[in-house]
Design a protein around this ligand. Structure first.
Ligand code: MG
Length: 452
């Protein structure tokens, strides 16, 4: 089998180290030998966006395909374009999402607009391993700039929410797009919904000068201050390629992704029971709220394509990750920050202020730890943990999750680093803290014993 290039979110690396022009060109050729006909390409706002994009585009043309360049746009906008254009065989997004500015990445999209199946990525990896000079001169592909993909995406979102209710609510939003791909689409979306937008970090500059583009509480102190001082109905932040959205309440409270997931999951079930799909690492706040609506939760391994494919398979009502990556089947089967923002606006217009809705949610405490664990001991550690408590209710969808009366413990190996993560969650904070410490000790003891 060819060496693996694609991780869970495409190929990523530091520009002119892992992601060089030569690498991007060769990968573009490999992509062009897999896809056929029209291939859409787009990028986020990184400094290296054009360098990587044109190298990939050149490779796709060398393999005989026609490149449709959509310009700078959110990943879900590119996905929506691919999904809604039958003659487009796939898409390529040049982005490293929330990674620091020295990174870039290449991510592929299948013809239905979903993140590419692993089996298709493997075919591209095989093409990459066996490089080809390309097609004869008279079969070389062409290049075309295509405008309007962002506008079509925004119009589609407006059509999927109760725009009349949102417009009538006269809302104000503090918007932070991290100088990323949504700098144009998010203000346009808000304008079309009659929402007053006060923007922050809305300059499409690749250095992310405002703050790092991962929408964590620590990175959003300006947004939190702005939301509070404006008394805005919502503060919202997107990550660099705008597939994730997180919120801030009028009182300046950062709303963690599991809470917005819980609220919008509950809202999705207002019209009747349904199934919500989320990874095993998501807080039980989601399950408690969904069960309260007579709905079901189906847990998957961690990774948004896994969540999206499970949703398609079972016809789920809603799904998403606890990092603000939410998936709306009525729009498309991928994480979508624009749709998340519009739906949250509808939710607030219908149900009232976000802070009041957050206060109604059950409170869970999470403890997180990680320990060093060499890759070759990871499987053994999971087996050893399971063997320690053979009678305990467990879930091995991704790592080992033990279910207790008071909460749960999840132990997962990192896919990229020699570490093992241990999470605990409970309504009882002390339980979460002490269980986490207990399993850290158990896991460390195993690693120490087996490293001798
Ligand atoms: Mg992202």
């Amino acid at each position: 089998m060819a060496p693996r290039l694609f991780g869970t979110n495409g190929v990523r690396g530091i520009v002119n180290e892992g992601i060089t022009a030569e690498f991007a060109l060769r990968l573009g050729k490999a992509i062009g030998r897999f896809m056929s006909g029209n291939v859409a390409i787009g990028s986020d706002t990184r400094t290296s966006a054009d360098m990587v994009k044109y190298a990939v585009a050149s490779g796709i043309m060398a393999s005989g395909q026609r490149v449709l360049d959509l310009g700078v746009l959110p990943t879900p906008a590119l996905q929506y374009f691919v999904k809604t254009h039958n003659r487009v065989s796939g898409g390529v997004m040049i982005t490293a999402s929330h990674n620091p500015p020295e990174f870039n990445g290449i991510k592929c999209v299948d013809s239905d607009g979903t993140e590419m199946h692993r089996s298709n990525e493997e075919r591209i990896e095989e093409n990459f391993a066996e490089d080809s000079p390309g097609v004869p001169w008279d079969a070389v592909g062409s290049y075309e700039k295509v405008s309007g993909a962002s506008e079509s995406y925004v119009n589609a979102i407006v059509s999927k929410v109760d725009a009349a209710k949102i417009r009538a609510a006269n809302l104000t939003v503090a918007l932070d797009v991290a100088n990323g791909a949504a700098y144009k689409t998010a203000p346009l979306l808000l304008k079309k919904l009659n929402v007053r937008a006060v923007t922050l970090n809305a300059n499409p500059q690749g250095e992310f000068p405002g703050h790092p583009s991962e929408p964590t509480e620590g990175n959003l102190s300006d947004l939190i201050r702005l939301t509070k001082s404006l008394k805005a109905d919502l503060g919202v932040a997107h990550d660099g390629d705008a597939d994730r959205a997180v919120f801030v309440t009028r009182k300046g409270e950062y709303v963690s992704g599991d809470k917005s997931l819980a609220l919008l999951a509950s809202y999705a079930l207002d019209d009747g029971p349904g199934t919500v799909v989320t990874p095993v690492s998501t807080s039980s706040v989601v399950e408690e709220v969904v069960r309260g609506k007579d709905g079901d939760v189906v847990y998957t391994a961690v990774g948004s394509p896994i969540v999206a494919r499970k949703m398609m398979e079972i016809g789920a009502a809603f799904g998403g990750e606890e990092n603000g990556g939410l998936i709306f089947p009525e729009m498309q089967y991928c994480r979508d920050a624009g749709m998340t923002l519009a739906k949250m606006l509808e939710f607030v217009a219908v149900k009232g202020p976000l802070h009041a809705q957050i206060e109604k949610l059950p409170v869970y405490y999470v403890e997180k730890a990680k320990i060093d664990c060499p890759d070759h001991l990871k499987d053994g550690l999971m087996e050893a943990m399971l063997a320690l408590e053979p009678d305990r209710e467990s879930d091995t969808t991704d790592g080992v999750k033990f279910i207790f009366k008071e909460g749960w413990v999840l132990m997962r190996p990192s896919g990229t680093e020699p570490i093992f993560r241990i999470y605990t969650e409970s309504k009882d904070k002390e339980w979460a803290v002490s269980k986490c410490a207990e399993y850290v000790e158990k896991a460390k003891a195993f690693v120490t014993q087996n490293s001798l």
